[in-house]
Write a protein that binds this ligand. Sequence first.
Ligand SMILES: [Fe+2]
Ligand SMILES: [Fe+2]
Length: 324
Amino acid sequence: MKIAHISDLHADTTLSFQNRFRNLLQSIRDHHVEHLIITGDLTDKATHDEYDTVIRILNEYDFTSGKDLSVIPGNHDLFPSVYQTFTFRLSTLREEFRSDPIRITKELYRVMRAYRKFTPDEYRHALSEFLTRFQQTFDTAIAIGTSETEGFPYIKHLHDDYAAVCIESNYVSPHINTVLPYALLKYFITKDMYSVTDSPICSNGWVDTDLLKRALAHPEVKDKKLIVLLHHYVYTSEQERRYMNPSFARTMSLVNREALIDELSQSNAKLLLHGHWHVTEEYTVCDGNLRALNGAGVFFKNDGKWNLLTLGSDGVKREEITLF
Ligand SMILES: [Fe+2]
Ligand SMILES: [Fe+2]
């Protein structure tokens, strides 16, 4: 069985995005892929128009049902009130602040107000919206979670030997609503905007390991090789340092990475698919025993690659397909 793994479309409604997405799906179809996996950040600001654009183009290429498509949300899909307020680029925040401190201070204050209004209810509403939008792809999925987690994690059968465990890794409450004023203060004093455990921009991750345990031990996945889907990366801090400074890393990483790795090392997980940091690559975790694939580079500069996976009784073969 051939699977395509991509992530982080960050869809907008421009023609440029639509053309890039069509080119990608055409390339995936040209490789006779039977199932497409997208590991979060499908939209950039979770607007109705962004969802409409993504779903319309997926439909054009017949990625519509649970048999053809598996999706999980990323932080950009679940915190619209935060991402809709951004008018600056986080990556150039310091430079922008230096050149126009008054504008950036006003902008940060506006983001802070939106952030402080954020509630767990809003997160649940956005998660429910995501599930409604992709309802048909969850038809065949088995919900392990509760109504509190909108059913996450889910189990999906992919192939005779393989099942997917689909995790929602974006919920970092109760800290989520409390940090930004502190973080801003810290930024102006120490130029380090981020706290140790919390993210002012809702981009850290956390996995409910009790629910994960239940999914991994479920009778439906007994004797199956497991492919685990989550949005956040599982880089070690050394791996993280290849890409970002430790301060920024505190806003991006999976808060309980070690607990997740611990659970997976005792399970039949063979492959972990994720996004969040915008590169496409393969690496290993669990002392080399678990392969991890990031598929988030497909629409980003100097990358443009997607993961083509062939599932067989002897394992998973991976090829990197370059789009441009
Ligand atoms: Fe992303
Ligand atoms: Fe993300």
